[in-house]
Design a protein around this ligand. Structure first.
Ligand SMILES: [Zn+2]
Length: 410
């Protein structure tokens, strides 16, 4: 029996891309775990030919992934800037004040809600990982620990009241039951309320060859058209949409209750529908050309790293993001090709990347060992990282970026 679409229930018979077997991308290993068995799960992505939702089966349950999470949003400077600018924009646009109520789903360590709290706008977060939730509480951001869906939305509406603004950044992709999740938004949003959600745009994933953003934590990959159909089924209307540069190209959708006359559709909604139709996102054959692009990056990257090694050059990684782990495992790159990587998050120091067992050091390691190439794994932050690491030019160091195509930067 073929698996079924998590939104519309149709059988899934089309493969979008098969990245082989991979460990969970956030399951970093300590030194004493290196000689134990690791769990690998398939990264086989399918696309539904009825609603065009690109999706990964639920190979791993969310409570195995998200309850002790190593990802702390506040370690990225550019992501904090993004959060602060969003807060200024939306507080002004919706005229939020001390009487308003803001809820963020998957509020992580309070990286965003802290800016609402500073403005005196009441806000609380919903976050399943208790370790990051306590970091949020320390920042003064009240946080309810648990997974979000229709049931928790009922409880939150009863105990804390419904919301004027609901936020969901990079969480829609991470819910296995997308219907239950979006139904929770309908329940917790006031009749006049607005919800904004940001998620990577599947159009940019395909055009930008961003296959490394596929991992077990990301169950779904959305177009605007598919997101619109999902929200509509739950009585919510998408009345505005913006394109953002984050994560290689994201959408920020604005949703309201279907009959909220205070939020008429903007011209951007029609323009986005037209763009996606023109790009073929409503036709199954558009999705079938993706694997060849992915195979080419693998060949080019291996060619580059092997040639560098043959020439006696040292390559160090920068960053330990989820996308790096997909890329390195899919390409079979281990310490024979990259001796180590570095990360600003001290929780990762002394640990090893899952599957590939590449060690993670503090960023100072780069200055100490002076590698010929720094291989930037979080390519979406490459400008920020090349600026921070400008000093590698002192010894003729160069940067290597894998996506959308393998490229060197002096
Ligand atoms: Zn479907």
């Amino acid at each position: 029996m073929p698996p079924r679409c998590r939104f519309c229930g149709s059988p899934l018979s089309h493969t979008f891309v098969d990245l082989g077997m991979s460990p969970l991308c956030e399951s970093f290993l300590s030194a004493d775990q290196l000689d134990r068995v690791e769990s690998f799960y398939p990264l086989t992505v399918r696309v539904c030919d009825a609603c065009f939702l690109v999706q990964l089966s639920e190979y791993v349950r969310p409570d195995e992934i998200f309850t002790d999470y190593a990802y702390f949003s506040s370690f990225s400077t550019s992501w904090l800037d993004h959060a602060r600018r969003y807060t200024d924009m939306i507080a002004e646009r919706l005229r939020l004040g001390p009487e308003s109520r803001v809820v963020e789903i998957a509020s992580n360590d309070g990286y965003l809600l802290q800016y609402f709290v500073k403005k005196g706008i009441p806000a609380f977060g919903v976050e399943p990982a208790s370790n990051v939730a306590s970091a949020a509480e320390e920042r003064g951001v009240p946080t309810w620990i648990g997974f979000f869906g229709a049931e928790s939305a009922e409880e939150l509406a009863r105990t804390r009241g419904r919301a004027d603004l609901m936020i969901g950044n990079n969480v829609l992709a991470q819910v296995p039951d997308v219907n239950d999740f979006v139904e929770g938004y309908r329940i917790l949003l006031k009749p006049s309320g607005v919800a904004t959600l940001e998620f990577p745009h599947v159009l940019r994933l395909m055009e930008g060859n961003q296959f490394d953003t596929i991992y077990h934590e990301h169950f779904s990959y959305f177009s605007f058209l598919t997101a619109e159909a999902i929200f509509a089924k739950h009585g919510l209307r998408l009345f505005d949409v913006e394109e953002l540069p984050t994560h290689g190209g994201s959408l920020r959708i604005y949703a309201c209750q279907r009959d909220n006359v205070g939020s008429p559709d903007t011209h951007r909604v029609a323009a986005m529908r037209a763009l996606e139709q023109k790009s073929g996102l409503d036709r199954i054959d558009r999705y079938s050309s993706f694997p060849e692009q992915v195979h080419r990056v693998k060949r080019d990257l291996l060619k580059f790293l092997i040639a560098a090694r043959e020439a006696g050059k040292a390559v160090a990684g920068y960053g330990a993001p989820g996308k790096g782990n997909t890329l390195l495992n899919y390409c079979g790159i281990r310490t024979d090709l990259i001796s180590y990587t570095v990360d600003r998050n001290p929780h990762k120091h002394g640990m090893f990347l899952p599957g590939t067992h590449i060690p993670i050091f503090p960023p100072e390691r780069i200055r100490q060992t002076r590698p010929d190439y720094v291989f930037i794994l979080p390519w979406n932050l490459k400008d920020e990282i090349m600026e921070q690491l400008a000093y590698i030019r002192e010894w003729g160091g160069r940067f290597l970026v894998p996506i959308p195509e393998v490229r060197e930067y002096a």
